[in-house]
Design a protein around this ligand. Structure first.
Ligand code: FE2
Ligand code: FE2
Length: 184
């Protein structure tokens, strides 16, 4: 199985696809190994933890944001991340889960945006960018988890969740585009 490393400062997760001798460094410090996942349960626990982190991120920022519309959207996102967490918990407990994976258009806007650290004074656009970055990272994480899944059902679950995170990213990107066009 692949090794995954995480930066404790910026949260970036990288996957080792070929072994080498060097040390992985991010934000000027060595990255921590987060997984040589030994079992499907360990992978699921990791994903469940990420969903909880995402849920808390949206709830925290929903309270801090001045825009009521975006704050409400963030509360909806928190609810959806919670559903993802529950899905993963059901898979972990062995109940049947039918993934509904459908390809989602990737507008790729987020690939070209600069990093912004969340602050309470973030404006509408900045809050959207931070959230888009998180969703992009979640999408990539599930794709990676799918790539390393040994079991078909687990792989399907992760691919379906990757698509859901892509939908979140698309919703945020659509909102972002609306915002930009309304300014011009
Ligand atoms: Fe999620
Ligand atoms: Fe999401």
């Amino acid at each position: 199985m692949s090794e995954f490393y995480k930066c404790s400062i910026c949260g970036k997760i990288v996957k080792v696809i070929a072994e080498g001798k060097g040390q992985l460094v991010c934000c000027n410090q060595p990255m921590d190994v987060i997984s040589t996942f030994k079992s499907a349960d360990e992978v699921l626990d990791f994903a469940i933890e990420k969903e909880e982190e995402a849920r808390l991120f949206y709830l925290e920022w929903a309270e801090k944001l001045e825009s009521k519309a975006l704050s409400e959207e963030f509360i909806r996102f928190a609810g959806e991340e919670n559903k993802h967490k529950e899905k993963l918990q059901r898979v972990k407990s062995g109940s049947i889960f039918q993934p509904a994976a459908r390809q989602v258009t990737d507008l790729k806007i987020v690939d070209y945006l600069v990093d912004i650290t969340p602050t309470p004074e973030m404006d509408y656009q900045e809050a959207l960018i931070v959230a888009m970055r998180r969703e992009k990272a979640s999408f990539k994480l599930y794709n990676d988890l799918a790539a390393m899944a040994q079991d078909d059902r687990l792989r399907d679950t992760f691919l379906a969740l990757a698509q859901e995170e892509a939908k979140h990213k698309l919703r945020l990107e659509t909102e972002y585009e609306k915002e930009i066009y309304s300014e011009n």
